[in-house]
Design a protein around this ligand. Structure first.
Ligand code: FAD
Ligand code: NAP
Length: 314
């Protein structure tokens, strides 16, 4: 089997943009390995209002819908598979896949993004998928006309609380401090919402229920006082962990240099410490964690990959 000019691992905004720029920029043989439908984590968002040129309310799913078709027009191939490892021997990278097959490539652009973190309270795992969720767009409808709790104080928690407030009777927003990380206009909208109750300086202690699912959430405030909030749904938005597992080698070391948080160290050209390997989007150091910046990284990495492959083969 021939060696790919470029293997792209991950099909979020970073991977898809890398796919667009590599194929349109002249690389002939480019495959994007994405384990699910392309689009990335923004497809779980109910609303995005800061992608340049897109005015008005749009869901993440609608924003990402045209991206794969634009890429395939220029020749990008999508292989739907979970990549287990990326390794390098000499000048050749190998993509190891869950189905047992491998693909070789001259260059790799990785953009496997990040995944929702668990908050770590009692009952969270037991009731995950049975009342505890990390996706309001996916599960919010189950709580139409009912009360729910949202945990977190960042952009995601506040935006998703606002989204849920339009479907649900009441939303309890539980946050461990009394100030928020979120953008000021989002905080303003939250405070003006009539059916969102702020439960501040409080952490989730336990989610409880029965064999039908969640029936409530116990929270504890700074004074150690507890309060039971009777809700059938609890949404947690407490940050994300970088998906760096594919860079772990058989001996347990990473393929390239990483920082203490497990983010890939890159320079401003998205070059990693390994020639021909580029890292993009949420998984790289100092990522702004935005769709527009992930897409920008993908474009930068693609242009670098084109030059790298050109020099390697000519
Ligand atoms: P991701 O979008 O995480 O995509 C990574 C892709 O890699 C995924 O499709 C995944 O399936 C795939 N993948 C992972 N591991 C493997 C593997 N081993 N094999 C194959 N495929 C793999 N940003 C904004 O700019 N504006 C917003 O309003 C906004 N709202 C948000 C709301 C929510 C609820 C969330 C969760 C995020 C939001 N963000 C927003 C942030 C934005 O979604 C991310 O910054 C952006 O998606 C990062 O893109 P990425 O391509 O780096 O990674
Ligand atoms: P985040 O900014 O890391 O916020 C996580 C929130 O959860 C924080 O408020 C944190 O509290 C709280 N938290 C963390 N661990 C907790 C625990 N164990 N128990 C209870 N609370 C806990 O995560 P995010 O909101 O998902 O955002 C991630 C990135 O994506 C950010 O850079 C964000 O700006 C970006 N994003 C942007 C948009 C947008 O542009 N509109 C939308 C969504 C996300 P503390 O505040 O006390 O630390």
């Amino acid at each position: 089997m021939s060696i790919l000019d470029c293997a792209i691992v991950g099909g979020g905004p970073a991977g898809l943009t890398a796919g667009l720029y590599t194929t349109r920029g002249g690389l002939e043989n480019v495959v994007m390995f994405e384990k699910g439908m392309p689009g990335g984590q923004i497809t779980n968002s109910s609303e995005i209002e800061n992608y340049p040129g897109v005015v008005g309310e749009i869901t993440g799913m609608d924003l990402m819908m045209p991206w794969p078709a634009q890429c395939s027009k220029f020749g990008l191939v999508h292989e739907m598979v979970n990549v287990t490892r990326v390794s390098k021997s000499g000048d050749v990278f190998t993509i190891h896949k869950e189905d047992g097959t491998t693909s070789d490539a001259h260059s790799v652009i990785i953009g496997t993004g990040s995944s929702p973190r668990r908050a770590g309270f009692s009952g969270e795992e037991e009731f995950f998928g049975k009342g505890v969720s990390t996706c309001a767009t996916c599960d919010g409808f189950f709580y139409k006309g009912k009360d729910v709790a949202v945990i977190g104080g960042g952009d995601t928690a506040l935006e998703e609380a606002l989204y849920l407030s339009k479907i649900c009777k009441k939303v309890y927003l539980v946050h461990r401090r009394d100030t928020f990380r979120s953008a000021p206009n989002t905080v303003e909208r939250l405070k003006n919402s009539e059916n969102i109750e702020l439960v501040l300086n409080s952490v989730p202690d336990e989610v409880y229920g029965d064999n039908m699912g969640v029936t409530g959430l116990r929270v504890k405030n700074k004074e150690g006082e507890t309060r039971n909030i009777e809700v059938p749904g609890v949404f947690t938005f407490v940050g994300n962990d970088v998906n760096n597992q594919t860079l772990i080698q058989e001996d347990g070391t990473f393929l390239c240099d990483m920082n203490e948080q497990g983010q890939v160290i890159v320079d401003i050209s998205m070059k990693t410490s390994v020639p021909g390997l580029f890292a993009t989007g949420d998984m790289r150091i100092a990522a702004p964690k935005q769709v527009v910046s992930a897409a920008g990284d993908g474009a930068v990495a693609a242009l670098q990959a084109i030059s790298y492959v050109d020099e390697l083969l000519n």
